[in-house]
Design a protein around this ligand. Structure first.
Ligand code: BEZ
Length: 211
């Protein structure tokens, strides 16, 4: 069965552009973004990896490690990284897994045979510090992902974990948030002493708590 939210992200060892890794050890106490792309030396992937490298300061601020994957070799990843630097103006600053035997792709269900028998689709897994999968996302090969959205989801998840708030439609940093339904009004009084806007008993809107 496909991996689902709340499952523990499967552990694995694999060669990467930064040496062999043992995935859970490599994650340590960080959040992780594991993402696959169909193939090295392809145009959409080139832009995605460049943009992800540019986001490194944002990932660092949030305690997140990014790691890419395709079924190409470390040598291919290294050669292609030079093209990414040439065209995107940034060096790849996170490891890329060389999953030539598709071990990791199979563990994570990144190969969708009706799309391609051999290439990974564009999957994303957001993994929290307890190694639980908190988001899965699958895009077709021809559509580049929105990595700003991935950051936005991490912000939302971290707010929920820390402050027991959820984020409404199209939420962006600084916008109002929603007290999660599992928190009673009594508990909420202690957590949000300035009060909230009760639009319905189940829709309690509050200023975004400070980090
Ligand atoms: C790309 O990364 O550009 C790509 C890969 C496979 C199919 C279409 C586009």
């Amino acid at each position: 069965m496909a991996l689902q939210l709340g499952d523990i992200a499967p552990d694995f060892t694999a060669p990467t552009t930064e040496g062999d890794i043992s995935f859970h050890d490599w994650l340590g106490d960080s959040w992780g973004v594991l993402f696959s792309h169909p193939k090295d030396y392809t145009p959409v992937c080139t832009t995605e990896l460049g943009f992800t490298a540019k986001l490194k300061p944002e990932f660092d601020k949030r305690g997140v490690k990014a790691i890419g994957l395709s079924v190409d070799s470390v040598a291919d990843h290294e050669g292609w990284s030079k093209d990414i630097q040439d065209t995107q103006g940034v060096a790849v600053n996170f490891p890329m897994i060389a999953d030539a035997d598709r071990k990791v792709a199979d563990l994570y269900g990144m190969i969708h045979p009706n799309a391609s028998d051999t290439l990974t689709v564009r999957s994303v897994f957001i993994i929290d510090p307890s190694k639980k999968i908190r988001l899965t996302l699958t895009y077709p090969a021809s559509t580049g992902r929105n990595f700003n959205e991935i950051l936005r989801v991490i912000d939302s998840l971290q707010l929920t974990d820390k402050h027991k708030v959820a984020t409404p439609v199209n939420w962006q940093q600084g916008d109002d948030v929603i007290i999660v339904p599992a928190i009673s009004d009594g508990e909420a009084k202690g957590m949000f002493p300035d009060g909230w806007d009760e639009q319905k008993p189940y829709l309690r809107v509050v200023k975004q708590p400070k980090a």
